[in-house]
Every structure is written in C-alpha cells, then in structure tokens.
Design a protein around this ligand. Structure first.
Ligand SMILES: Nc1ncnc2c1ncn2[C@@H]1O[C@H](COP(=O)(O)OP(=O)(O)O)[C@@H](O)[C@H]1O
Ligand SMILES: [Mg+2]
Length: 312
C-alpha cells in the first residue's frame, strides 16, 4: 500500500512582481510505502519544507500532482488522517504542555474525557507526563520537540510529517526522539521525516531520498545508497609484498598502509576469480570486506558532483 505518491510535483516561487523565480521543487517523482519511515535529506534550501507544505496543501504546486493514501491531496478529508510537526514551531510560552495538547486536540474535534485520556497517553509516549503542568517556556529544546511530536499525534494520524524534528536537540534528546519514532513505526504509522542531519536519518529510516536544489538525486535504502559496488578490502594471513601479478584490466589491486589490500573490480565474479588464483597459490585469505561509503561521504560527493554540473 502506498502512503505518498508524487508525479512531476514542482514548485516555482515568484516574488518581486515576477522578477525573481526560485525553482524550489523540480519534477519530483516519489513513492513511499505505508508503514515505513522515509527520510528526506538535503542541505538548507534544498526544497524539503516546500515538499511537505505542498503535500499538506499549505502551498500549491506550480505543476504536477500528488496523492496521499491513494487520495488526491486536494481532498481535505485527508487532513484527519495526517499529523504534522512544522519546522521551528513555537507554542505560546504561557501555556503548559497539557494545555498545548488540549488546544490542538480541540482543533482536531476532540473534547471531554476522550481528549484528556489521549493527552495523558501522548505525554506518556513522549516522556513528558511529569511536565504536563509546567509552562512550555521552561521546556528545553528536546522537550519542546517531544511535545511537538505529541501534538502531531493528537488525532491519531496514519501518516505523520516531521520537519526537522531533531534540529537543535542534544544527542540524548535526539536518541529519545528516534526511539519514539521507532515505537510509532511499530504501531504501523508512516513517517515522513525531513532532515539535514545525516546521522539521524541513517539510524532509523527504511528509505532515504537525497534532495538538492529541488531535484531528487537519489532514492533507496541506506544500504543501497552507501554501497560502493566495486571495492573490496582484502586481508591475507601473511603480508605479501604485492599482488600485482594477479591484476589485469578488470582488476586493480593496491596495498594499504595497514597491510591489507584494496581490490577494485567490475563485479563479484572478477573478485571470485582472484580468490581462485590466490587459493591456487595456497595464499590464505583471512577476510574479504565489501567497502561502504558512509551516508555522509555519499551525500557530500553527490552534492559536489551536482555543484560541478558533472554527470554521475
Ligand atoms: N515563500 C517563499 N518565497 C520565495 N522563496 C521561497 C519561499 N519558501 C522557500 N523559498 C525558497 O525555496 C527554496 C527551498 O526552500 P525550503 O523548501 O525551505 O528548503 P529546505 O526546507 O530544504 O531548507 C529555497 O531557495 C528558499 O529560499
Ligand atoms: Mg526546511
């Protein structure tokens, strides 16, 4: 089942009487399955918030269409099934955590004991029960974000949009937020997460999209995006001077400082032929490790390539 589907979704902001145009989102095609956590990564200004606002109909597309849970985004009944934590949200400082949730609960049409019960459950979920009667002005950034999470869940939504939920939160607070998101995933919610913090996204998302200047550069699982298909680290039992005699056009071997070897091959078959040759000479292989980029390395090289206008 599909939770989010966009078709050539595009947004051009026009300002100063049409003089300045910003192409904030450029023909975005994206499909996100229900019950998954999707992380949209990209530097500031990439177009992440624009996408969320488009999907929620806070702003309208210049071109293209989108569906949420199979319904056209224009269907306002959809809002009942959606939760949203905006970027840099602020609550009136004089309200307590409990009052903030009451306010948003009433906006969602809840009241009475149903709402009271829901507020207590949510405060429990985000670990703020003790702070229910404390004014939000004395909340830390992490607590404010956790309260925001509770607010976005007040209507028990199927699909939740979180725009930079861990921005400005310390590492312990971020871990708490990640744990809550995993808990929600366990309850089969779909979570769409915007973030410029790579390490966050890597830890909990099922799939990741990389957005830069309004264009989706890559989409896939963290594993898919970080695998360098062609490079292996080879560790032998004995350190040999070099393995160059085994190299050919399809196989490049270099010795590393730590005594291991880097082997670059076109595919796994070539790697296996090398293993056969080494074993043919009774060379003992201790370890063969597929080399991976971190998401951060992949992200930086992708964005750099884009800046240079180069092809992948
Ligand atoms: N209301 C607006 N009017 C004009 N330009 C905007 C507006 N909102 C965002 N932009 C521009 O659109 C681009 C994408 O912004 P945004 O979606 O906020 O990116 P992100 O959330 O990835 O940081 C940026 O260049 C930003 O300056
Ligand atoms: Mg943003």
């Amino acid at each position: 089942m599909i939770a989010i589907e966009t078709n050539s979704l595009s947004k051009v902001y026009t300002s100063s009487f049409g003089k300045n145009k910003v192409r904030a989102l450029n023909e975005l095609n994206l499909t996100i399955n229900k019950g998954t956590i999707f992380g949209l990564l990209g530097p500031n200004g990439a177009g992440k918030t624009t996408l969320v606002k488009l999907l929620l109909q806070i702003i309208f597309p210049t071109f293209g269409t989108a569906k949420l849970m199979g319904e056209d985004i224009g269907n306002y009944e959809l809002k009942k099934r959606i939760g949203y934590l905006p970027e840099d949200h602020k609550y009136p400082p004089y309200l307590t955590g409990g009052e903030v949730l009451k306010f948003f609960g009433r906006l969602s049409g809840l009241n009475g004991t149903t709402l009271d019960k829901r507020i207590d459950e949510l405060l429990e979920l985000v670990n703020l029960s003790k702070w229910k009667k404390t004014k939000v002005k004395s909340y830390s950034k992490g607590m404010t974000q956790r309260l925001g999470l509770a607010q976005s869940l007040i209507n028990d939504p199927e699909l939740i949009f979180l725009d930079e939920p861990t921005d400005g939160v310390d590492p312990i607070g971020r871990k708490e937020i990640r744990d809550i998101l995993l808990e929600l995933k366990g309850r089969s919610k779909t979570i769409f997460l915007n973030s410029h913090l790579l390490s966050e996204v890597e830890l909990i998302t099922d799939r990741v999209g990389i957005l830069n200047k309004g264009k989706l550069l890559r989409e896939g699982t963290v594993k898919e995006l970080t695998e360098r298909k062609e490079e292996y680290k080879l560790i032998l039992n004995d350190e040999l001077p070099e393995l160059n005699k085994f190299a050919d056009d399809n196989l490049i071997i270099t010795k590393n400082h730590d005594g291991s070897y880097s082997v670059k091959v076109d595919d796994i078959r070539t790697m296996n032929i090398l293993v056969d040759k080494l074993r043919g000479e009774n060379i003992l292989i201790k370890e063969i490790v597929l080399q991976k980029n971190t998401l951060e390395e992949m992200f930086i090289s992708l964005i750099n390539r884009e800046e240079k206008g180069g092809k992948e």
